[in-house]
Design a protein. Structure first.
Length: 85
């Protein structure tokens, strides 16, 4: 059985998943546009048929550095970062 390894790099600053908003008795997803853009991008760069079977997912988040300290000094919630992607 051939093992395929695909690496996908999603450009842009990583963003955590936000809570859904409720308005007038309806649920509103304020991040739907970002999710759609990422889904379209991944469909565009993926070559071949969709995978079926077990999947292994490794995610690296690269955050922008701040000018003062030289590293990302505000720690986002890792769970919400993973949930978004």
């Amino acid at each position: 059985m051939e093992k395929k390894s695909n690496t996908y790099i999603i450009p842009g600053q990583p963003i955590p998943l936000a809570r859904p908003r409720f308005f007038n008795g309806h649920i509103y997803d304020c991040q739907q546009d970002e999710k759609n853009h990422i889904a379209i991008y991944l469909r565009f760069i993926h070559e071949g048929e969709p995978r079926n079977g077990p999947l292994r997912l490794c995610i690296d988040f690269h955050m922008k550095h701040t000018k003062k300290k030289g590293f990302h000094d505000v720690r986002p919630d890792l769970d919400n970062l993973v949930k978004f992607y």
